[in-house]
Design a protein around this ligand. Structure first.
Ligand code: 1CP
Length: 352
């Protein structure tokens, strides 16, 4: 794809590339979700899997927040767990995700399919094409996938987990099979994301939502090698790569060494400190999503604090530290996006 002239390029993509912007770009993880009335109405008629697998519905869910709020990027409606189906596992949402017959011992790996996921997940590509057409260049569209560790944790635990005991035991007791599992996830994810980029995704975010469950040593030994291979395989796509992790600030430098140009952080670290520890990277984050439920002055103060710490830095993208909570009042989302643009004007100098 030819790149547009700089004047037409979005502030989100410019910030990903650490270029000057006229105002701080903002989008929110899980911006298409249950806090929105249109999405909730859609969910009374369709399951989450139906929405994800019906390109017109996925496109509609993607666009609702863009129509309502001054956001600088859209994210395609899908779920990080969809590729598990392509790998041969049965997935349902009840409403929490549940994986039938999870991977519990090395011999279970034999049950995994090794066909490329790009084809069986073609509906995501179609949703991306539709959403690109509807967005008509207004804001860029982000594609995404789960990171190898976070996906492996669902494959092994069979659903959400607090302690990840089975995943940690698998990693420590079966290092060979663990590496094999990570490599299979990388292969499937690469084919899935190549398909998303070919369909029109203009940036890619990798969600390592549960990486923070690991010690720095387990992350470095068991997760970083495969994650590096994932990012090096994505480099050639020529789109910005964002790596989001929750609870990863204890090993932030290792996390950033995986290879993404943009690092997504949660609220457990000051954004000023994240910038200092991540020279050369763009940084995305990091308001505690719970603050969107707070009284307006409290929300505003917290947002301004982040903007102040990041001011003068190239490559800042305002986001939450994790996904929007379902109880969030939409009017607070509107106000927050407007404050970021109003108070987050950056001079063209931009240090860092
Ligand atoms: O009934 C519903 O509508 C359930 C809520 C929901 C939504 C809106 C689920 C179930 N998935 C989705 C869509 C989704 N999931 C999107 C697109 C929407 C958007 O961002 O605007 C994205 C990016 C995801 C990514 C996702 N799914 C992550 C990574 C992001 C994160 O928040 O950490 C994870 C961990 C999942 C798994 C998942 N899917 C759904 C739920 C409730 C969960 C979390 C379960 C758990 O606690 O482990």
């Amino acid at each position: 794809m030819k790149s547009p002239p700089p004047s037409l390029e979005s502030r989100f993509l410019r910030a990903c590339a650490r270029r000057d912007v006229d105002a701080v770009p903002v989008w929110f993880m899980r911006q298409a979700g249950r806090y929105l009335p249109g999405y909730r109405a859609l969910r009374t008629r369709h399951s989450i899997l139906d929405i994800a697998k019906t390109p017109e519905l996925a496109c509609e869910a993607t666009l609702e927040p863009i129509r309502k709020f001054a956001l600088d990027a859209a994210i395609i409606f899908a779920d990080i767990l969809l590729p598990l189906e392509a790998m041969g596992l049965r997935l349902s949402f009840v409403p929490a995700p549940r994986i039938e017959r999870p991977i519990r011992r090395p011999s279970d790996l034999k049950r995994l399919a090794s066909r490329p996921a790009g084809e069986s997940l073609a509906f995501v590509g179609e949703a991306i094409r539709l959403a690109r057409r509807e967005l008509d260049g207004k804001v860029p569209l982000i594609g995404f996938a789960g990171a190898p560790f976070t996906l492996a944790s669902y494959m092994i635990e069979g659903g959400p987990s607090r302690d990840f005991l089975l995943t940690k035991a698998f990693l420590r007791e079966n290092p060979g099979a663990w590496t094999n599992l990570m490599e299979r996830i990388v292969r499937v994810t690469l084919s899935y994301l190549r398909m998303q980029a070919a369909s029109g995704a203009q940036a890619i975010q990798i969600f390592d939502s549960w990486a923070g469950a690991l010690s720095p040593e387990d992350y470095r030994a068991g997760v970083l090698p495969a994650t590096k291979r994932l990012f090096s395989g994505l480099k050639g796509l020529g789109v910005p790569l964002i790596y989001f992790g929750s609870g990863a600030s204890g090993f932030l430098e290792d996390f950033a060494s995986a290879g993404a140009g943009v690092i997504g952080i949660d609220w457990r670290i000051d954004i000023g400190e994240a910038f200092r520890r991540l020279p050369g990277k763009a940084v995305q984050g990091n308001l505690d999503p719970a603050l969107l439920l707070a009284p307006r002055p409290v929300l505003k103060k917290a947002a301004l604090r982040i903007l102040r710490q990041a001011s003068g830095r190239r490559g800042f993208i305002f986001n939450l530290g994790h996904g929007i909570l379902p109880q969030t009042p939409p009017d607070n989302v509107r106000a927050l996006a407007e404050w970021v643009h109003q108070y987050g004007r950056q001079g063209s100098g931009g240090g860092g």
